[in-house]
Design a protein around this ligand. Structure first.
Ligand SMILES: Nc1ncnc2c1ncn2[C@@H]1O[C@H](COP(=O)(O)OP(=O)(O)OP(=O)(O)O)[C@@H](O)[C@H]1O
Length: 808
């Protein structure tokens, strides 16, 4: 028996080697062709450079475009993809027998007679799939880009609905060497022939091989094993809103990233407007950042954490659940609107200091008093001088004055409506001039309307050129910045005024206190962005463009003093100025607060959208309010909904345990089915070792020992997930264990995955916030191989260590 098994293995090995050899031959051809293409691109670059030295304006523009195109091409070809060629499909003859633009047959279904009555068939076409497309000299496809329509059957075909595909092969290669092949047979009932020989089938399929691999600190692309239900999402038409839901590990993030690459391939011109991917945390950004470059896409896709969407500000702090709820809800919008208008009364925020008024204000020329908002001993806003309370000017030789109540009335009139506060300054200035004019009695000097108008305009000119008026206006209607208004809200009494009957006193106190900290939370960033919209930015004179050194080279600057912007310059300028995108992808969308939806919505007012999320993993407590805000951001565009149903991350043993928490968090919802099982059950460990109280040291020791044990068991990473308030202490528990292990707060674990995880005190995580059970569900679904749950006393573990929350 053993001898027979040995013989079979040897036979299988030699068939595998033969098939590896077949693919190696193909890869060699592809690389020979790539080398030719690289030479072509280099030639184009040189040619373009020569054109740069002679030339008409037309030649110059062409040069720019050519250099750009050749550069992109070269860059892509030179990129050392780890597995440039990764797939192959062997197909039956197609129904219509016509070739598509990719040089492949377009038909999805087999032609009549493609399968003979005795269930035998010939392979009519073989396609290789890779990260970019390569044609041979005769324009026949050597490799088809994975995003091309002809590659779709590689992903879509299943044994239930095989279409024309008989065999799907995943090829593993490194650089120029083919290392292995794995086949899936889509029509096992068929005896198929290729070039007269029976079609060989190697291995047990690529998906399982991919899922079993150790995890690192960066996500890999899944281009070789995208599954049919995922492919439908990736290739969904871009128009409107593509809405994708699915449980943990169903590939939502992976699918979102591959969709970005697909959209760029489909319509590069359109998405030159940029694709924005919004991610919940900087950790997830760092984890996913490498996927698009590995698919050959960079530049036009911006992956940003929700706390990094506002230039010049970065979220580094966390808010307590109560503060987060107040800052994130629609109620905050009302508070900000009031604060933006109210902050005007504080004068030029942050620029002047108490007792030292802004230049030109009434106080500065010694004629007015200063009115500070309040006596703010400990508020950051204490640095702002109050606005002047009196305006004095001399016009037409007369001293004119406006007192505090007149100024107040004018301010209120100017602020009427909802226009951005900073843009209302001209209106306020006009109202001031009207009031001064009325005081001057100038209106009654002439009855002739033309003369009266002339007099008025010279009056206005007189006033607005006076230093005291200019200084007054700067102090009385300063240009406000979002930061200054947010700082002003850190004062509890002031915030109390602006948030009266909107936030409760407890919320006002906590929000004000949170704003006193040095730095911003992720919710502050959305508030800053909202304030920017409420305040507006007055138009500024445009900066003069600098001369391009290339112009000097060609001597064209003499002929063309104002040179047209080149294509490259234009692209660079647009990227730098970009605040709106052509397509917006929101990952972990269930977590966005209403205020965050408003912020993201502003970046995609004319965009198409892909929104991926899982309501069961939401850490935002008012789910309905968030859904309303989402619908507002996405507008009336039609929705296309998809559901992903298979969990590729967790083995069944871990998924089953997590499902118990899901049943508590969202009764009635179903968890995705795990695609594999490892036979390794989750482990339960308690800290009290039979004692009734749990001391912190014992928790530290237990977690450290578990982490060390798991590091021995797996090749890749280990994540230790703790309640947010334990983050820093947990990092110390793991000191010295190496960089394969990390400590994470429960909210930081979002979207990430590890070979093994230690979840510390489920009860502590669940009690952290109103959405705590859903956060615990996230924590329990991060492991690809092994999970240990460490319980403390409050978890009420039973005699086997299973905590109360995870018992049947
Ligand atoms: N078709 C596939 N082939 C191979 N691996 C896959 C496939 N689909 C998903 N995976 C892997 O499964 C894991 C989970 O994917 P991903 O993180 O995209 O899921 P998710 O739905 O975003 O999860 P969560 O909601 O928990 O953040 C990743 O390691 C991903 O590479």
């Amino acid at each position: 028996m053993a001898a027979q098994a040995q013989q079979e293995t040897a036979l299988e090995d030699s068939r595998r080697d033969r098939e590896i050899g077949v693919e190696q031959e193909h890869l060699d051809r592809v690389y020979r062709r790539l080398e030719e293409k690289i030479h072509e691109a280099e030639f184009l670059m040189n040619d373009a450079a020569k054109r740069g030295q002679v030339g008409t304006p037309g030649a110059l523009a062409e040069r720019d475009a050519q250099v750009f195109r050749a550069g992109v091409h070269l860059n892509r070809l030179n990129n050392e993809f780890e597995d440039f060629l990764f797939g192959r499909i062997d197909l039956l003859l197609g129904k219509d027998g016509k070739k598509g633009p990719d040089g492949a047959y377009t038909a999805v279904e087999p032609a009549e007679g493609a399968v003979r009555d005795d269930n035998t068939a010939d392979i009519a076409e073989t396609l290789h799939i890779g990260r970019i497309g390569v044609l041979d000299q005769d324009y026949a496809p050597l490799v088809i880009d994975w995003r091309a329509p002809a590659a779709a059957p590689f992903y879509r075909s299943t044994p239930v609905d095989p279409g024309r595909v008989v065999r799907r092969r995943v090829i593993r290669s490194k650089g120029r060497r083919v290392l292995g092949v794995e086949d899936d047979l889509m029509r096992p009932e068929l005896k198929a022939f290729l070039g007269g020989n029976e079609l060989p089938v190697i291995g047990d399929g690529a998906l399982m091989a991919a899922l079993g691999q150790a995890r690192s600190h960066t996500m890999r692309d899944i281009v070789a094993s995208i599954q049919a239900e995922q492919d439908l999402v990736i290739r969904a038409p871009a128009a409107s809103v593509t809405y994708v839901e699915g449980g943990p590990g169903t590939g939502k993030t992976a699918v979102a990233l591959h969709r970005a690459a697909y959209l760029l391939y489909q319509d590069r011109r359109r998405y030159a407007g940029g694709i924005l991917i919004v991610s919940p945390t900087p950790l997830l950004v760092a984890y996913t950042e490498g996927v698009l470059p590995s698919l050959g896409e960079e530049g036009q896709v911006a992956i940003r954490a929700i706390g990094s969407l506002v230039d010049g500000a970065e979220a580094t702090l966390y808010d307590s659940p109560a503060v987060a709820r107040a800052k994130g809800s629609y109620r905050m919008l009302k508070v900000l609107r009031k604060a933006a208008r109210g902050a005007l009364e504080l004068g030029p925020g942050g620029r002047a200091t108490p007792g030292r008024p802004a230049a030109g204000a009434a106080g500065a020329n010694g004629t007015g008093q200063l009115a500070f908002g309040e006596d703010e001993a400990d508020s950051p806003a204490q640095t702002s001088a109050g606005p002047p309370t009196r305006l004095r000017v001399v016009a037409f030789g007369r001293r004119l004055e406006l007192e505090a109540d007149a100024l107040e009335r004018i301010r209120r009139t100017a602020l009427g409506g909802t226009a951005p506060v900073n843009l209302l300054r001209p209106r306020a200035r006009k109202l001031l001039l009207d009031a001064l004019w009325a005081k001057s009695g100038g209106a009654s000097r002439h009855t002739d309307p033309e003369l009266a108008a002339e007099l008025r305009s010279s009056f206005d000119e007189d006033v607005i050129s006076e230093d005291s008026f200019i200084g007054f206006l700067d102090a009385w209607w300063p240009e406000l910045t979002p930061k200054a208004v947010l700082d002003a809200m850190a004062d509890e009494r002031r915030l109390g005024r602006w948030a009266r009957r909107i936030l409760n006193p407890g919320e006002i106190r906590k929000v004000a206190r949170s704003l006193k900290r040095d730095g911003h939370s992720v919710h502050d960033i959305a508030m800053l962005d909202e304030l920017q919209a409420i305040l507006g930015t007055p138009a500024r004179p445009r900066k003069k463009r600098e001369l391009d050194p290339l112009d000097q080279l060609s001597g064209l600057e003499e002929l063309m003093p104002v040179r047209e912007e080149s294509q490259r310059e234009r692209a660079e300028r647009l990227a730098a100025e970009r605040t709106e995108y052509a397509h917006v992808i929101v990952d972990e969308a269930q977590d966005l607060t209403p205020m965050q939806w408003r912020m993201v919505g502003r970046r995609g007012r004319h965009a198409t959208w892909t929104v991926v999320g899982d309501p069961a993993q939401s850490s935002w407590s008012d789910v309905d309010e968030a859904a309303e805000a989402r619908d507002e951001a996405l507008g009336t565009r039609p929705r296309r909904r998809f559901q992903l149903t298979v969990n590729y991350r967790n083995p069944a043993e871990i998924a089953e345990l997590a499902a118990k928490v899901l049943a508590l968090a969202m009764p009635g919802s179903t968890s995705p089915s795990a695609v594999r099982s490892t036979g390794v059950e989750p482990r339960f460990v308690t800290t009290n070792n039979g004692h009734s109280t749990v001391v912190r040291d014992s928790l530290a020791q237990t977690v450290r020992e578990e982490a060390a044990r798991l590091l021995d068991q797996v090749d890749g990473t280990v994540g230790v997930v703790v309640a947010m308030q334990r983050r820093e202490e947990a990092a110390k528990w793991l000191a010295g264990l190496g960089d394969r292990v990390v400590a994470l707060g429960s909210l930081e674990a979002k979207g990430l995955e590890y070979d093994a995880t230690v979840v510390v005190s489920p009860a502590e995580i669940a009690d952290e916030s109103p959405a705590g059970l859903r956060v615990l569900y996230v924590a329990l679904t991060r492991a690809t191989q092994q999970l240990t749950v460490v319980s403390a006393e409050r978890d009420e573990p039973d005699t086997t260590g299973v905590p109360d929350l995870l018992r049947d």
